[in-house]
Ligand binder design. Structure first.
Ligand SMILES: [Fe+2]
Length: 314
């Protein structure tokens, strides 16, 4: 049997030293995680006979990934963000926390502090009306017994017709296509917006470079992101993915799930458009969200994931 150098007592002791185990300072948790990470990398290098060239190309890749702020995109593309959902689903099932609208990945493009309004809102700034299809999105937030949740905050964000998000796309106005709506007494929310487009990873970015080497595309179907929160209820992180999109079940980020497909209807009816105060073709999308009860105060809040913009209390 070949001796694995990475597993010898001497190297293990060395990795413990490198992970800070001989120091009283620092974080015990980070030391524990780092020892495992260093160990696992060493095992990969040894077991898969990673060459010097491959190792240093990987180091360079990490630098470039960070330089383009694409680490959040890569973890989605490699299925790791979806894996976190699968893990939480399994833990929930064990704990008997079932029912309600399925969770799915947040993605890296949320921006806190979007304008907030009661019951209804308009999300687009009108700049794309020549090319966009107006979308009327509405629904209810209910609990697992089907009772309306009044005063829930529906925090939603989506891409424009080019598949770009405001804040990250500096050509868009501030908070374009990002809003918070507080549900009315019947748990209802309503938004007028535009039909979002799907999008792909930047063709010249490091995430697509990796996907190319895996023989995969980097496309997402058109979708709308949500955080739904209400006192006493568990915060829901989810997305509606739009039916009819060619990437609906071929999403590079694996966010589409049963129960999260939005049946968007396109309507070509001049009288109906008139009644809505719009011209030409428009779309309607109805989607209800069901929230679980919160088992702790922490469950009512979104994760502490570092995001693009930290806004106090928003
Ligand atoms: Fe997205």
């Amino acid at each position: 049997m070949t001796v694995k150098i990475s597993q010898t007592a001497e190297v293990q002791k060395f990795f413990e030293e490198a992970s800070g185990f001989n120091s009283e300072q620092g974080s015990p948790r980070i030391k524990q995680l780092m020892l495992r990470i260093v160990n696992d990398i060493a095992r990969i290098v040894e077991d898969l006979e990673v060459t010097q060239d491959e190792f240093w190309m990987a180091v360079d890749y990490i630098n470039r990934l960070g330089g383009r702020h694409e680490a959040g995109l890569l973890v989605a593309g490699l299925g790791l963000e979806h894996f976190l959902d699968l893990l939480q689903d399994a833990k929930d099932e064990q704990a008997g926390l079932t029912g309600g609208t399925p969770r799915t990945i947040e993605g890296p493009l949320y921006v806190a502090g979007a304008p907030i309004s009661q019951g209804e809102t308009r999300m687009d700034d009108g700049s794309e009306l020549d090319e966009a299809t107006v979308m009327f999105l509405q629904g209810r937030v209910v609990d697992t017994d089907g009772n309306p949740v009044a005063g829930a905050t529906v925090d939603l964000w989506h891409a424009n017709t080019k598949g770009n998000y405001s804040y990250f796309d500096k050509s868009q106005s501030e908070y374009n296509l990002r809003r918070r709506i507080v549900t009315d007494a019947e748990g209802r929310y309503r938004a007028r917006s535009i039909v979002p487009s799907g999008y792909g990873c930047s063709a010249d970015g490091p995430t697509q470079e990796c996907l190319d080497l895996l023989g995969r595309h980097g496309q997402r179907p058109a979708h709308i992101h949500f955080f739904i929160s209400a006192p006493g209820h568990r915060l829901l992180t989810t997305q509606i993915n739009l039916a009819g999109d060619q990437y609906l079940w071929d999403d590079f980020a694996y966010a589409t799930r049963d129960g999260l497909v939005g049946d968007i209807r396109f309507i070509d009816d001049a009288a109906a458009a008139d009644a809505r105060g719009v011209q030409g073709r428009f779309a309607e999308l109805d989607f209800d969200f069901q929230l679980q009860k919160a088992v702790s105060l922490e469950a009512e809040l979104r994760s502490q994931r570092p995001r693009a913009l930290q806004v106090q209390g928003a």
